[in-house]
Ligand binder design. Sequence first.
Ligand SMILES: Nc1ncnc2c1ncn2[C@@H]1O[C@H](COP(=O)(O)OP(=O)(O)OP(=O)(O)O)[C@@H](O)[C@H]1O
Length: 632
Amino acid sequence: MPSAWTGPAAESAVEPVNVNSSASPETTVRSSYVPPHLRNKPQGAVGPVDNHSFGSGGGGLGESRENLGSAGVGNSLATAGGAWGSRSATASGIPSSGPGSGGRFSAGGWNKGGGSGDVRSNGLRSGSNGKSSWGVGSDPDPFPKEEPRDALFDQENTGINFDAYEDIPVETSGENVPPAVSTFAEIDLGQILNENIRRCKYLKPTPVQRHAIPISLAGRDLMACAQTGSGKTAAFCFPIIAGIMRNSPPGRPRGGRKAFPLALILSPTRELSSQIHDEAKKFSFQTGIRVVVAYGGAPIQNQLRDLERGVEILVATPGRLVDLLERGRISLSSIRYLALDEADRMLDMGFEPQIRKIVEQMDMPPAGRRQTMLFSATFPREIQRLASDFLGNYIFLAVGRVGSSTDLIEQRVEYVLDADKRSMLMDLLHAQKAQGTSSQHQLSLVFVETKRGADALEDWLCRMDFPATSIHGDRTQSEREHALRSFRNGVTPILVATDVAARGLDIPHVAHVVNFDLPNDIDDYVHRIGRTGRAGKTGLATAFFNEKDSSLARPLVELMQEANQEVPGWLMNFASRANFGGGRNRRSGGASRFGGRDFRKEGGRGGGDRYSSERYGGGYGNAGAGVSSAWD
Ligand SMILES: Nc1ncnc2c1ncn2[C@@H]1O[C@H](COP(=O)(O)OP(=O)(O)OP(=O)(O)O)[C@@H](O)[C@H]1O
């Protein structure tokens, strides 16, 4: 049975194919073949020359760019067989809509992937005497079944290279900063939460957790900037859960038509809200705390019923939350904890009005009478300034270098003309496949700029027998969920995505992120590559760069240098030629190298610059110009 890797696509590794373009016929002898993406290299280009043998494919991605939208995600933990093993391809396994399908490959034959996100309704021993005042024991078990729990969490959390985090620079600023901790045992999180942390196989806190948890437990407001994949979700969930457990108010309204959550966690996409919901349910298992999620694209009646059963922690996207507030089904008057994940995205130009409405114009207690926590991997200075409106006397925490997961992600940049991008991608996917083993699925996430571009590339990959699917903002929620599930469990180990998948998604085994089209904004690049190299694991990110990306050259070079990456000479040339007079990618630090430092400390150029020799930060100047809301 032909496999994707031994069928036509693989054959092209020996005999170049001419796909959708006018690939020249001289590409028949492997040893003398000059791959198309190298033929037009600019003078001075010194990128590595591979002995590729693919014909070129048409680019054809000229549509309007897609802004960050929303997407529903099934977040079941999945097990999968060999994603790169033999398979039987079918182009009709999954129903499609629009020009590209929601997934072209059926599970049959490709691998034995299958989500295992079912919940158990019993079977865990309780966290003993840490019983909450409103009762425990009825929560469904959020930990996946099938495998013994320890084995499953070993699978996800072994191999975490915590040593990689040991010498990550960390800086805090603000008054009376509570000291960091080294172990979970040093923090008074309560017995049940500690037991759930053990169940999650979190052996010790990540750097952001070491600092952020004691700060939040001390009741302080916090603006935290820490690398992608470094455990920020737990960093804000643990103090919220511990705080509610400690101070649960007796007689809190429950069971009526109006819900009175104690904590609100806002995130920009459905998929991220869904993921945070799943995580928060694990952390609060058997605490008696109810975690409810509300986002658009899902039936509101179900969410209303869920809210009526009571809610302590509400995870929501802003659009659906405003809807629920306007229907009078939620009151924010009891909110004691407000967390904004991907806070810079939440407060950028397109989305800030909704956040202001929720935080300032409804019945939420003001700053000072609630605790506010803002988290992101990137924090441009102007967004910090905006965000300070929502905070009391807060602490600023910066962990790690600018935005990325430091050296854990190997970043490569290739000079590739648009017309050659497909053949280059094919090379990379074959290389990826060659490195994988049949027992281990290696996922590749390919970012493109437009929805039509995503459709077109998925379509082409499928025609070339690559097991690909795609996700973007024009897909229905069920299509998105299906695509992500299929990617997560390795049935279609290649996902073509727009920026809907750029932030927050925590998908194990994403080995390679390809920026087929580079984003306009270096912050978006940081978040995109952060889908690999998570939780101390290593990853690879490859970007296709050409003249159209010139404005990104300089911040990209700076980012790569700060992460100890090898920067190609031709990219340095682009960077030195780039007009950098205040365009979109001007770093918010201005003359300073570090845009993510506490803007309160910046008293002018060079003045009192205690950060000047530090390496971390986490943001470049861009407030999301041109972003329009695609929220739920
Ligand atoms: N202390 C810990 N020990 C082991 N694994 C952890 C720990 N904390 C978090 N993780 C795991 O690390 C992964 C990344 O965590 P998380 O998704 O919270 O990262 P993040 O910082 O929010 O990333 P992003 O910026 O991309 O949203 C998750 O799979 C999570 O379960």
